[in-house]
Design a protein around this ligand. Structure first.
Ligand code: TPP
Ligand code: MG
Length: 624
């Protein structure tokens, strides 16, 4: 069958499926694209020829944002269905780098199809070609190699056959998955080849659930039986494995409590008695106090980042040991853990059976239940709106409290950067397994709006909220146009605090005095301490086609959020938040995060911050 390389690739992709737990999904459910000379006549023409049945197409505004949308979709789809992203060559392709890193770090499948410079090189160099004097075979697409789990360049038509199969293998492999890049030289895309029919046969890729090794399981069970203060740290792997119910069964059978990372939050509903909420730097006191004294930590489906381990200071019990329940041996061995390499659901299920009859001490259980309810009252305190606040601008915690009062278990919150991830991790009461969508592997400003669109495509009919700071909004608002064009009714809540407030706070804490973090005019001394900038983000969102509701006070905001929730078109709620008084803010960090402070400085703030830093750093432990 004679087709161009691009036509063959689109046809091949339209016939790939995943299957897990007896359910089948289209692997590549749609393709996002921005066309330029590097893909317009190749992939562009092929998508046109394939038609929307074979391959739905979405037009984007920014290549990075298209990857964010694809990641939002794939995460919401449990990594069983994904999107492709096609770009031109040169800047269109390099705009993918940030999105690719985000996908790979979070282990979310996305297929990147950047155009590439001519393989035949008839007129060297061509438009946008990087010329590297020492390496004629390099192109700008090579910047995608370190941020892709798999990279290939199709320089001959027939090479597409093995390359496409390998690409799909990686996308559907729960250990390897992430950004997969197939760089497609512009001439090769349009070249014809006589393809074997079997290349286009429907193919079903089983997404495996490996069971644990017997010896590893026995060692893990023994460790749990001998522990007095065990704690589970549940990460994104639990969610990807859809192991929430098994985790609940494990916690109920053993009495072992569960603390969650950002990616894991929601795997137990907030009202499950074993749920201690977030762990680490942005964690709850209930979780962090327990972590400090834990003698066994079951790290389940987590990469154990610095936020989780409080930069290696959290687990202070001298006798602490770890079990690494993870599909990926790379993670299973972290912190010198006893590895338990398995799918989270299978691993937890078999470990529960191996522990039959075992339960933690009732005193331990009673203590953590108390810690849990103490934290719950602190959450209520953080977002309560006293009558005197009704006509004032809301604090950020109050915005979250108003949302908490409004949503049910169908709502989905999307966020990634600024001060919101910390507040959400501490305060949010996740009602369902997929309500809490915070991207904190890469914490990329600008993820929220496009990702919310991808989430909404995977969860039609559910209210999807992109919560964005003003800095984050300005980083990447343009996909609003796409949401308007496609009628995707995302809800964007802009919390304007006139700058990079989280970094401003961090800067103050590390002796950098807030330098360069406020959105203000220059003062006579040249610092950004003048009047706030006269930027109207609400007008900006309206100019991109959104319905916009401005909320000045808490009372306005309550109404605005309710109106946005029932809106059927993309709707923005804009509010300026107020700095909380000491009593009304979210609780402070319960554990450290390592941000190195200047070891020598003439300014006093840095010298003082360094003293505090050294004290904290002395708490670091190596778990060997
Ligand atoms: C793309 C990107 N650039 C820089 C950062 C570093 N950073 C983290 S939070 C932040 C400020 C975010 O500002 P805003 O969205 O207004 O939230 P706020 O801190 O005010 O809550 C910055 C610059 C980042 N995470 N992502
Ligand atoms: Mg801000």
């Amino acid at each position: 069958m004679k087709l161009t390389v691009a036509q063959a690739l689109v046809r091949f992709l339209s016939r790939q499926y995943t299957e897990r737990d007896g359910r089948r999904h289209r692997l590549i459910a749609a393709t996002w694209g921005i066309f330029g000379h590097g893909n317009v006549a190749g992939i562009g023409q092929a998508l046109l020829e394939a038609g929307p049945e074979a391959m739905p197409f979405f037009q984007g505004r920014n290549e990075q944002a298209m990857v964010h949308a694809a990641v939002g979709y794939a995460r919401q789809s449990g990594r069983l269905s994904a999107h492709a992203v096609t770009t031109s060559i040169g800047p269109g392709a390099t705009n993918l780098v940030t999105g690719a890193a985000l996908a790979t770090i979070n282990r979310i499948p996305v297929l990147l199809l950047p155009g590439d410079t001519f393989a035949t090189r008839p007129a060297d160099p061509v438009l946008q070609q990087l010329e590297v004097p020492y390496a004629g075979d390099l192109s700008v697409n090579d910047t995608l190699r370190p941020v892709s789990r798999h990279f290939d360049r199709i320089t001959r038509p027939e090479a597409l056959i093995p390359a496409a199969l390998q690409a799909v293998r990686v996308l559907t492999d729960p250990v390897q998955t992430g950004a997969v890049t197939l760089a497609l030289p512009q001439d090769v895309q349009a070249e014809a080849y006589d393809w074997p029919e079997e290349f286009f046969a429907e193919r079903v890729w089983g997404v495996r659930r490996p069971r644990p090794d017997r010896a590893e399981l026995a060692a893990a069970a023994l460790a749990v039986r001998s522990a007095r203060r065990p704690l589970i740290v549940a990460g994104g792997g639990i969610r990807h494995s859809a192991a929430g119910a098994e985790l609940a069964a494990f916690a109920e059978a053993t009495g072992i409590p569960v603390a969650v990372t950002q990616a894991g939050k929601g795997v137990l509903p907030h009202d499950h008695p074993a749920d201690l909420g977030g762990i680490g730097h942005t964690g709850t006191a209930a979780a962090d106090d327990l972590a400090r004294e834990a003698d066994l930590v079951i790290a389940a489906g987590t990469r154990l980042t610095d936020f989780t381990t409080a930069s290696a200071t959290l687990f202070q019990n001298p006798a602490v040991r770890f079990i690494g329940l993870n599909l990926d041996p790379y993670d299973a061995h972290k912190l010198a853990a006893l590895p338990l390499v398995a799918d989270a659901r299978e691993g937890l299920g078999e470990l529960r059976q191996a522990l039959a009859g075992h339960r933690v001490d009732p005193g331990y259980e009673a203590a953590y239940l108390q810690g849990r309810s103490r934290w719950e009252s602190r959450v209520r305190g953080a977002w309560v709106v006293p009558a005197c606040d009704e006509d004032r601008p809301p604090t950020q915690a109050q915005v979250l409290g108003l949302l908490d009062a409004l949503v049910d278990d169908t709502d989905i919150l999307v966020n990634a950067a600024g001060s919101l991830p910390g507040d959400l991790h501490k305060l949010w009461r996740a009602r369902s397994a997929d309500q809490y969508h915070v991207e904190y592997g890469y914490s990329c400003m600008g993820y929220e709006i496009p990702a919310a669109m991808g989430v909404a495509l995977a969860a039609p009919g559910r209210p999807v909220w992109a919560l964005v700071g003003d800095g984050t909004y300005l980083m990447n608002p343009t996909e609003i146009v796409t949401a308007v064009q496609e009628g995707i009714p995302v809800k964007v809540v802009i919390l304007d605090n006139h700058g990079y407030a989280s970094i401003g706070g961090l800067s103050g804490a590390v002796g950098a005095e807030g330098f360069g973090t406020a959105y203000r005019f220059r003062a006579p001394d040249a610092t950004y301490t003048g009047a706030p900038l006269p930027v109207d983000l609400a007008a900006n969102a309206a100019s991109l086609g959104m319905a916009v509701i401005r909320a000045r006070t808490v009372g306005d905001l309550r109404e605005a959020l309710a109106e946005a929730r029932s809106a059927t078109r993309p709707t923005c709620v804009y509010t300026q938040t107020r700095t909380p008084d000491t009593v009304s803010g979210p609780p402070p960090a319960q554990a450290w995060w390592d941000v190195p402070v200047a070891e020598t400085a003439t300014r006093r703030a840095a010298a003082e911050a360094r003293e505090a830093y050294d004290r904290q750093a002395a708490q670091r432990r190596r778990h060997l």
